[in-house]
Write a protein that binds this ligand. Structure first.
Ligand code: C5P
Length: 402
């Protein structure tokens, strides 16, 4: 972010106490930061601290004649290479979505041609309220990039989505957003993620331990790299990255149908889902009852379609979509992955060794090898988001050279 001018808007949520640390992260990365606070922000973080870390007087008033004479709100809007609002409160999001210009910060947001990036932070109920979700959708369709929020324990004592990302996560995401080579700019990327669930009867199912973390991290990385992302996901507890078009599915069959609809204009298809290989032949229409005694129950299973192989095959005639598969192997990892890539007709396969107990399934850390016809690249150990950024870059390079 060397030499980038960042207007950092800080609005009045408790997460504002992290703002000085965020300013430090941004200035350490080479950015020039002008802090603009809303009226509420002053209750949570002091101007003296913000001025000390940014090296510039804090701006907070549209009607401050002296400050406006030095650099007016329109000049500030023009000066900015990025407008970052962190934390962005529900009130700020509502005003920005409505195009309201009640204070200096909302005026800059409306007046700037620079990318606007928000890191929301609020109570989980407020985040999930339909009004906030409506404003979020409006902002995203207006071209605003939204980072997070994360899920977890909140300052108000509740638990759920609405925590601001950590300052270093925001700074890292911003660095990726501003990097000159946004590897997937204007590309449509379709990703399958999470497990599938296959009904046994109306209340029971067959499934697996896939957490969805790797697929969701890839979705986040592809968005940062400039892509439009359709995320087709089985049931998971992780929160989808803001800006992804989330299509929730259950069974392999419904995942295949959603993928067939989404792939028509896709530049890249990434299969990360842990698709159940088998489903119950005829799920019972009523809850199965135990019959007592020592009886056994036999389920008859039939094979599910291989989603990625099916799609890679059907579009192979005049193929423009790049197919990337994931493979989880426990033995002869590379050998199996190389064979799988050819057998499924994939351009690239990302393989991880799930025989190791310290990485992979459910973990935040992973080690992978990326295999394509040009060779093999080892990545990690690293967290799944950083690995995904590397993978997104490799995919972008491959698309560029196709
Ligand atoms: O054959 P295996 O399940 O190991 O292959 C893994 C790759 O194939 C992953 O990319 C996974 O998403 C995809 N897959 C699929 N449909 C299936 C099984 C796997 O798309 N039925």
């Amino acid at each position: 972010m060397n030499g980038k001018n960042i207007v950092l808007g800080i609005t009045g949520g408790i997460a504002a106490y992290k703002a000085p640390a965020l300013v430090r992260e941004l200035t350490a990365a080479g950015a020039d930061v002008q802090v603009v606070t809303s009226r509420g922000a002053g209750h949570f973080v002091g101007k003296a601290a913000l001025q000390a870390v940014s090296g510039r007087p804090v701006r907070d008033d549209l009607w401050d004649e002296a400050a406006e004479a030095a650099m007016g709100h329109i000049e500030l809007a023009r000066w900015a290479d990025i407008v970052l609002v962190a934390p962005a409160t529900a009130n700020f999001m509502a005003n920005a979505a409505a195009g309201s210009t009640g204070d200096l910060l909302t005026t800059i947001v409306l007046a700037t041609e620079a990318p606007v990036v928000l890191a929301p932070a609020m109570n989980q109920q407020m985040w999930q309220h339909p009004a906030t979700q409506r404003n979020l959708e409006t902002l995203i369709s207006d071209g605003v990039t939204v980072l997070g929020p994360a899920s977890g324990e909140q300052a108000c004592g509740e638990n759920g989505p609405g925590r601001m990302l950590q300052p270093e996560e925001i700074a890292q995401a911003l660095a990726n957003l501003t990097s000159a080579d946004r590897a997937l700019a204007n590309r449509h990327v379709v990703i399958t993620a999470g497990p599938t669930v296959e009904a046994i009867d109306p209340v029971r199912f067959l499934s697996n331990h896939s957490s969805g973390k790797q697929g969701y991290a890839l979705a986040q990385a592809c968005i940062e790299a400039g892509a439009r992302v359709t995320l087709i996901s089985g049931p998971v507890t992780v929160t989808a990255p803001s800006g992804a078009n989330l299509v929730s599915v259950t069974s392999a069959q419904s995942m295949l149908e959603a993928a067939q609809r989404a792939i028509t204009d896709a530049d890249v298809f990434i299969g990360v889902a842990a698709v159940a290989d088998y489903r119950v032949d005829t799920p019972a229409s009523q809850k199965l009852k135990r019959s007592g005694g020592d009886s056994t129950l036999t389920l008859s299973l039939v094979e599910n379609p291989d989603i990625i192989a099916t799609l890679a095959k059907t579009t192979s005639a005049e193929r423009t979509t790049l197919f990337v598969g994931f493979a989880a192997e426990t033995n002869d990892v590379l050998k199996h992955a190389r064979e799988k890539r050819i057998r499924k007709g994939l351009d690239m396969i990302v393989v991880n060794d799930v025989g190791r107990s310290d990485i992979g399934f459910g973990s935040d850390i992973n080690v992978v090898t990326v295999i394509d016809d040009a060779g093999e690249v080892n990545l990690g150990p690293d967290d799944k988001l950083n690995l995904s950024r590397e993978i997104a870059r490799l995919i972008g390079t491959k698309l560029g050279s196709a």
